[in-house]
Design a binder for this molecule. Structure first.
Ligand code: FAD
Length: 489
């Protein structure tokens, strides 16, 4: 029998507090299941949210509900009915998949989210634009992570961001399933049947879930079939990321962050670095967060000279292949760059560990960046339509030192939610697609300077975010043939 949650010493309060503080993906999910069991709550969607709200009626929970209620009360959601009856599948519990899932839940859709992993392990730190900070605060970020953007901080580690968004998503009734990999689509087998997914493990009961919307947020390496990628090849750019343990000592607190020093702006710094260490960089960023995080773009010649890259090779894949990289030399390179750029004031730099329990240092190729040609498409089979939309890195890959990934990723998540709203309202498919592409044209040029300044008014409605947006820049008649409702399956 469940205990009324407003009794003093109510065990549900303790579970809820553990849920708020939980610092691992599995722990969050475990606490949430325990909480629902304790309260005798079942089901999903906004109904579950209302159940939790009614059952957890003490000060700390109430403070969070008032934030989420304010958000949910926005007119775009039509009191959680705008997409009632719509069934969504979201692929990927990265920041953008989770952010999109939250919007779809607020619109009243049924939202199932799949994640192939069972842990959030990325220490790397993301730069947040002012609107993302405002947005996360409005979702109650500080309730889940007290240190969220305190003072002048404008960044967060990827894993903390995922934890915050996962908790919000669960509270709003998103059904989150970890250790489930999306592998493809199964068109409806009979007239008016629904679209289903091929999943790994194939025994997952979710293989029977029928949906009419697929939001793919599987990151840069995962793009569902049917979308074409465009490559932009720039000049050779080799990125290095590294994380060191932050012990939060006084000495560490005093070291200044580097929010982005590019060679063109500070020639002297880079010249000194080269003269003293032989390290030659294009830029470097340092953020103090759960870890001391550095991201830098290194010049190939200096990596060769310092023995990080063993042999020069024409193609970048072979150049950075594990056999051609001296791991110990890479660690020394990253540590020396971190020490020099912080004036040797971070005492005893010790590498934080990654999910493989190895020093958290990585080298990536940013020479070739990809983006999807289109943001959405429609498939139809046996009379059932499926709307597919991309968000996050699988839509546009970001250049990490510029820190655009999450900001543009959230904008795309809002745009995708707006598209689903229009779809659910019965707008003709070609019109929905044409409008989505009209909005997508702007994404790669967005910056905090050319998006609307009134960030408190941002919503899924594109007009609140992009100044002078023309939602009909692309006409339905310009939508290529393969997107038509009778297009490929
Ligand atoms: P992601 O964060 O990549 O999330 C995608 C999620 O989808 C993952 O959890 C993945 O496991 C899951 N997934 C993929 N395929 C499937 C499938 N088939 N089925 C189910 N689940 C699936 N940006 C920076 O600005 N600075 C950095 O230092 C930085 N470091 C990064 C380090 C790594 C290793 C990676 C992968 C990305 C990094 N990024 C960095 C990019 C940044 O994390 C993204 O821009 C941001 O997280 C938004 O991405 P997303 O949600 O679109 O995708």
């Amino acid at each position: 029998m469940s205990v009324p949650a407003d009794e003093p010493g109510n065990p549900a309060h303790a579970i809820f507090e553990r849920f708020l503080r939980a610092g691992e993906c599995r722990e969050v999910l475990g606490c949430f299941v325990e909480l629902c069991q304790q309260l005798g709550l079942q089901g999903s969607g906004l109904q579950l949210y209302h159940g939790l709200k009614a059952a957890l009626n003490y000060w700390n929970a109430k403070a969070l509900w008032s934030k989420l209620d304010k958000k949910a009360g926005h007119k775009d959601y039509d009191q959680g009915t705008a997409c009632a009856g719509t069934k969504c599948l979201v692929v990927g519990a990265g920041p953008c998949g989770l952010r999109a899932a939250i919007e779809l839940a607020l619109l009243g859709a049924r939202v199932v989210l799949l994640e192939k992993r069972d842990s959030f392990s990325r220490n790397n730190v993301l730069h947040l634009w002012p609107f993302t900070i405002h947005d996360l605060r409005a979702l109650g970020a500080k309730k889940f992570y007290g240190r969220f953007c305190t003072g002048t901080l404008d960044h967060i580690s990827i894993r903390q961001l995922q934890l915050i968004l996962l908790k919000v998503a669960l509270l709003l009734g998103v059904e989150v399933h970890i250790n489930v990999k999306f592998e493809g689509l199964v068109p409806p087998t009979h007239k008016a049947g629904g679209w289903q997914a091929v999943l790994q493990p194939s025994s997952s009961p979710l293989t029977h879930y029928e949906f009419d919307i697929l939001i793919s947020a599987g990151g840069g390496k995962f793009v569902p079939e049917g979308f074409k990628r465009k490559e932009t090849r720039g000049k050779l750019a080799i990125g290095i990321t590294t994380n060191f343990i932050n012990r939060h000592s006084r000495a560490e607190v005093e070291v200044a962050e580097i929010s982005g020093v590019a060679r063109i702006y500070n020639q002297k710094f880079f010249q000194n670095l080269y003269n003293k260490t032989g390290i030659d960089l294009e830029n470097i960023v340092y953020y103090k967060d759960d870890t001391h995080y550095f991201v830098m773009t290194a010049k190939k010649q200096s990596l060769l000279k310092k023995g990080v890259i063993l042999q020069d090779k024409a193609d970048i894949e072979s150049l950075l292949s594990p056999e051609n990289v001296n791991w110990d030399a890479l660690l020394s390179y990253a540590k020396e760059a971190a020490n020099f750029s912080t004036n040797y004031c971070l005492p005893e730099l010790e590498f934080a560990l990654n999910h493989r329990d190895l020093p958290d240092v990585d080298m990536f190729d940013f020479t070739c960046m990809t983006r999807s040609e289109n943001a959405a498409l429609v498939r139809e089979h046996n009379g059932s339509r499926l709307l597919l939309g991309l968000v996050g890195d699988c839509l546009v890959e970001p250049f990490w030192p510029l820190g655009t990934g999450v900001a543009r990723g959230f904008l795309a998540a809002f745009d995708a939610a707006w598209m689903v709203r229009r779809w659910a309202a019965g707008t003709p498919p070609l019109e929905v697609l044409a409008e989505r592409e009209s909005i997508y044209q702007h994404l790669s040029q967005t910056s905090p300077d050319n998006t609307n300044k009134n960030i408190s008014q941002y919503s899924i409605d594109p007009a609140t975010r992009y100044p002078n947006i023309n939602l009909q820049a692309i006409k339905a008649s310009q939508v290529p043939g393969q997107w038509t409702p009778r297009g490929r399956v």
